[in-house]
Design a protein around this ligand. Structure first.
Ligand code: DX5
Ligand code: ZN
Length: 215
């Protein structure tokens, strides 16, 4: 089952509740948290996730693009995140392992994310305990960038590792996903598609969500 996760990074932050309702036919809501250090952009933090939680029952897929994310696992879990993705490049392996342990303790779903430069094998030490792997298909930091074709190979390799070690684990892709690139990432093994500009840039977001799903 393909899941579509619209990214609110492309929403109007002054009308966030309205823009969340516009994508209510989607499966998940993707929330991009950036700290200005791990990536050269600043977006939203814990209080905003808390407010989003009050206005929707949607599954909150929270993508942490922050250094040493272990520091904020409990805070985002308490704010209402359903899943947290931590970047493998954002801390030493001990910090990543500890972040995943804290997610388990907080009963939120656990994911690791890979920048385009990171080798698929980097997921191996964690894979058996994960609910999802997030493969970036652009450099993290901004919406509206062009899809990186060469990441199709990374998706295929991560899919092979998932099939071997943890077949229930989801494989999400994020960056430059549109109706044009969706079929290729699904064929490569992705089952969860983040889309910001392709959904919020469309005149009819619900139709864009259906088109991304292949309906
Ligand atoms: C980028 C973010 C993405 C972004 C995707 O660093 O992680 O979630 O919103 O935007 P599009 O779909 O426009 O590439
Ligand atoms: Zn994201």
């Amino acid at each position: 089952m393909i899941k579509i996760a619209p990214s609110i990074l492309s929403a109007d932050f002054a009308n966030l509740e309205r823009d969340i309702r516009r994508v209510s036919s989607a499966d998940w809501l993707h929330v991009d948290v950036m700290d200005g250090c791990f990536v050269p952009n600043l977006t939203i933090g814990v209080p905003v996730v808390q407010s989003i939680r009050k206005c929707t029952g949607m599954f909150l897929d929270v993508h942490l693009m922050i250094d040493k994310p272990v520091r904020y696992v409990e805070a985002f879990a308490q704010a209402g995140a359903d899943l947290l993705s931590v970047h493998l490049e954002a801390d030493h392996p001990t910090g990543i392992a500890e972040a995943l342990r804290r997610m388990e303790a907080c009963k939120v779903k656990k994911a690791v994310a890979l920048r385009p430069i990171t080798a698929p094998s980097a997921v191996l030490p964690y894979l058996e305990g994960l609910d999802m792997v997030l493969v970036m298909t652009v450099e993290p930091g901004f919406g509206g960038q062009a899809f990186l074709e060469h990441q199709l190979d990374t998706i295929r390799q991560v899919r092979a590792l998932i099939e071997r070690y943890n077949p229930a684990c989801r494989l999400e892709v994020d960056g430059g996903i549109s109706v044009k690139t969706a079929a290729a990432v699904v064929a490569a093994g992705a089952d969860t598609l983040v889309a910001g500009s392709a959904v919020y840039g469309a005149a009819d977001p619900a139709a864009a969500i259906a088109a991304l799903r292949g309906d």
